[in-house]
Design a binder for this molecule. Sequence first.
Ligand code: SF4
Length: 443
Amino acid sequence: MKITFILPAIGKKQGKKYIGTWKMEPLTVAVLKALTPWNVQTELFDDRIELIDYNTKTDLVCITVETYTAKRSYQIAARFRERGIPVVMGGYHATICPEETENYCDSVIVGNAEGVWRQMLADAGNRRLQKRYAGGIGTYSVRPDKSIFTGKKYLPVSLVETGRGCNHSCEFCSISRFYDSRYHARSHELIESDIKASPYKYFFLVDDNLVANRKNALELFRRIEPLKIKWAGQGTLSMAKDPELLRAMKKSGCEIILIGFESLDNANLKQMNKSFNYALGERDELVKRVHDAGIGIYATFVFGYDNDDEKTVEQALQFSKKHNFYTAAFNHLLPFPNTRLYDRLKEENRLIYDKWWLADGYNYGELSFVPKKISPEGLSKACRDARKEFSSFGTVMSRGFASLGRTSPLLWGLFWGMNLRIGGEVDQKMNVPIGENLDELPK
Ligand code: SF4
């Protein structure tokens, strides 16, 4: 028996190469590969970096579906099903919208696939695939088998999963919905073993909120400190109120932490149910503490809440420039299915598309709903302009020199290549069609 894993891309403009930043190894595939019996052959097509061979000899196609890639996933599935090859789909979107997904495949795995993977493969081998498999919610206990990435060009950074879920419940977040606002820590023994097995010194610790559980985070940081690695991961600004946590984080090798500021406007934060509101000046003080600890910040913002307009985007841009963040993302809000945000906007009759992820004519970078104080086009442009300005040559130069010494020399070196490249790709990314024109060879 042979199975084919496929990781779909979002889309690309006709005749243009796929946009190249941030191609990290798809960890989920390596986990499933590890759970696949030795006598089952496997192959992977990563649609972001290579062509899919639709004529490949295979017995089963397994596709990871995200909301952004749902349309493309369904197109790919149709090509294989035409040949009579069964297709199984899993992932966040398949879990959140199984009724939709099952229209395009033979079987859907709802929840984390690890718990039902071997059963599903056995059923596929006996040609008795069930329509649905109920995977659990939680973490797994195998070491990912990254041999499936051999020959593929990913960033030389090893991904190691440390936890899943988050104990907050922001209105727009599909993670909190998926995990029911709970955090699931992975075994520290397995994390340590994954790190030791990696040929790389640089790691991305995959976690929706590394500091969701303080005790767990402290224990993990102390455990990995002797391994002398450098890592980036995802946390929250509130961790800066905890000097012991911040120190342990740095000593364990933290170089960059992604912090979702989301908004600087307290009314917006309240509306999105972001539980951390900060007094004037407090946010600046907490950012300073993170920087003083020797940790760079990847700041993310989201715009489209009811108090947002061009001014709030500009305010976030100035805040990011003032603090010389390592990098920052200025994104517009997207109503992901089955979130409270989606339900509210639908009820308020503000959705432009009922299902933007399947709509013909919906392109990356466009709004799929109508904000209160600014037009959809106006907000899309404001976000684009902020990205462009933050990654302009002059801004990158001043940010780079201001943050000299904050991170290790290698990360500082990476800063230049990464930020200048992001600037060059801002306009390429705008208006990429979702799920179409993907069958040309990336150059
Ligand atoms: S803190 Fe982040 S991961 Fe947690 S619910 Fe909010 S947006 Fe989602």
